[in-house]
Design a protein around this ligand. Structure first.
Ligand code: PMT
Length: 403
């Protein structure tokens, strides 16, 4: 009963996935949540208010202009009552209304009138999801702090295949658990020191050239921000990125893997948690040319030598912090991630498939599967801010379990 005493307004809008709302309500109630369902008019073409009233145990609200309903629990009261508003399914139309700040029905009005966080589980045809207008709207909503859960990929009701399926009720329920866990974690990291590597490294070839990769630093910085907000003292050891330093975090700028290694090993023995999110170059140039290399032959070779493995060296410390690695894979994600977890002696590894479009390197979104000895957890596709909160809550849970 992890959602006991939590008040959730479930907004149901008009998509075929609305038929899954009854199951979602049941799963949230199984965890002890109080549910009030708000339906749009078009949602009622897919599932009846009576069904949702029966499973939620509360009257369903569907009109802004119903004096009887307003007298019972008016839209402002509902907006204040909510600890969280979840819109599932969230259609392209509802997403556009939220973005524009419209208040032409009960659900959009409640969303404007609430100070509670809002989460949406988009559900629409894959072409509608990829439409520039929808993607622009999603960016605006993400920037405003609206949590985006999904969508998932697969076969759609219309026969298309692609992104746009609403997440399964179980996954949405797990997002709710993560959300409330991360709120509860707000002060639980108080007094802890977290050290996080982020961004790429640059391995010099000569004074003007280097070897690097596509890491933007967004994932590592989002983790730093989430840990700081949860009360930790956070230091980021950062490769060259164009991301603003999160409020109240320390930042050490480095260029190469050797520099990152030196700072990490110096600081790691005094921290509680070390997270290696940086995309560290595995190799560096054996002999960096002091002068710019001149073009001459048709081909040239560079001798590369192996860089030290930062996260493995931290995990080998006698006073080892709780050590979390990342695995950026393009195939056999679970197999390679578990191999790294074991080989590098990590407490946990967060694996991402960096071959999937729209996630991983330099994207605003990501999806992770987190592995530890005898356990794992899927953190589905969402924006990196939200994902980082879930990862921090997962790390915190694991640390509690280990003590
Ligand atoms: O920065 P973004 O654009 O937001 O992208 C995020 C990300 C894709 C970079 C991030 O989610 C991610 O996957 N980071 C790890 C990238 C990586 O180098 O993975 P890897 O599988 O090659 O390395 C495994 C682990 O060893 C990582 O924790 C890495 O930091 C660490 N490592 C690797 C080499 C080395 N010499 N020292 C290390 O510590």
């Amino acid at each position: 009963m992890f959602l006991q005493h939590k008040n959730i307004v479930l907004g149901v809008t008009g998509g075929i996935a609305a038929y899954k709302s009854a199951d979602l309500v049941r799963r949230l109630k199984d965890q002890g949540a109080n549910i009030r369902v708000v339906m749009t008019t078009s949602a009622q073409a897919f599932i009846t208010p009576l069904t949702l009233q029966a499973v939620s145990g509360n009257p369903v609200s569907d009109s802004l202009l119903d004096p009887q309903a307003e007298a019972a629990m008016g839209h402002i009261e509902l907006a204040k009552w909510a600890d969280l508003i979840v819109i599932a399914p969230a259609t392209a139309n509802t997403i556009a209304k939220l973005t524009a700040g419209m208040a032409d029905d009960l659900l959009s009005t409640i969303c404007l009138a609430t100070s509670a966080p809002i989460a949406i589980a988009p559900a629409m045809n894959q072409q509608m999801w990829h439409a520039q207008a929808t993607q622009d709207n999603m960016q605006v909503l993400s920037k405003r702090g609206v949590a985006v859960w999904g969508p998932g990929a697969g076969e759609q009701a219309c026969g298309d295949i692609g992104l746009g399926r609403m997440l399964e009720p179980m996954q949405i329920m797990e997002h709710c658990l993560h959300y409330f866990n991360s709120i509860n974690a707000a002060d639980t990291l108080q007094g802890q020191q977290w050290l996080i590597t982020a961004g790429p490294t640059r391995e010099a070839i000569d004074p003007v050239r280097y070897i690097s990769n596509h890491s933007s630093g967004k994932m590592g910085y989002a983790i730093a921000q989430a840990a700081q907000k949860a009360g930790a003292d956070v230091t980021i050891i950062s490769g060259p990125v164009n991301v603003a330093t999160p409020k109240n975090c320390q930042r050490i700028d480095v260029q190469s893997a050797l520099e990152m290694h030196q700072h990490a090993l110096k600081l790691a023995k005094d921290v509680d948690v070390f997270i290696a999110c940086a995309a560290v170059a595995d190799y560096r140039v054996a002999a960096i040319s002091e002068q710019k290399i001149k073009k001459s032959n048709d081909s040239m070779s560079l001798e590369l030598i192996k860089n030290p493995d930062i996260v493995a060296d931290v995990a080998a410390l006698t006073a080892k912090p709780f050590t979390v690695g990342f695995a950026a894979e393009t195939q056999d994600v679970e197999h390679y991630a578990k191999g790294k977890l074991q080989r590098k002696n990590l407490d946990m590894i967060a694996a991402n498939n960096v071959a999937t479009a729209g996630q991983g390197f330099n994207s605003d979104d990501n999806a992770l599967t987190v592995f530890w000895l005898n356990g794992s957890k899927v953190l589905p596709l969402t924006n990196k801010t939200e994902l980082a909160k879930q990862l921090v809550a997962t790390i915190n849970d694991r640390m509690q379990d280990d003590t």
